[in-house]
Design a protein around this ligand. Structure first.
Ligand SMILES: [Zn+2]
Length: 169
């Protein structure tokens, strides 16, 4: 049985209850972020400023009024149609950001930090966190081996026309 079929239904069910869920960016989409494409210029600073303000300058996930907050781009990867959609923006502390991007965190030697945060925020045990991590890595591999089209949520695009930078010319 293909690995994805073993993992997905179980993961889907569990992820619906998770406060902090890993979201690994498929390889073909690496580098495709408003943060990078807007080169941290004024139009990005507007998005980041609004997002952090709306979050009350606290992490949108754990509530931590942390020193450094990241403006996180929330993407929905629609496996059935191969469509990646930017659906929202929120504020993330460094720890929640590491857990969200667990693959990257692991590659940078921060696997333990990411797992610990996943346990703490979701109030789950280490075995379950590891299972989630491994399931996400398998899903990431499958998602990395296909083509993706990109879209931005309509309301988000009306508010921030500069997000067109993410769309194909
Ligand atoms: Zn946090």
């Amino acid at each position: 049985m293909p690995l994805r079929k073993q993992i997905r239904p179980e993961s889907k069910r569990r992820y619906a209850d998770l406060k902090l869920a890993p979201a690994l960016v498929p390889k073909p989409l690496w580098g495709l972020s408003a943060y990078r494409l807007l080169s941290r210029g004024a139009s990005w600073r507007q998005i980041r400023g609004d997002t952090l303000q709306a979050a009350g300058h606290r992490c949108s996930i754990c509530g931590q009024p942390a020193g450094r907050l990241t403006c996180h781009e929330r993407w929905d990867y629609r496996d059935a149609t191969g469509l990646a959609v930017l659906i929202g923006l929120d504020a993330r502390c460094d720890l929640c950001d590491a857990a969200t991007h667990m693959g990257r965190a692991a590659a940078h030697g921060n696997r333990q930090i990411a797992l610990t945060q996943l346990c703490r925020v979701n109030r789950i045990g280490r075995a379950e966190a590891l299972e989630i991590f491994e399931g996400e890595m398998a899903l990431w591999k499958a998602r990395s081996h296909r083509r993706w089209r990109v879209a931005v949520d309509g309301e988000l695009l009306r508010r921030y026309p500069q997000l067109r930078v993410l769309l194909p010319a």
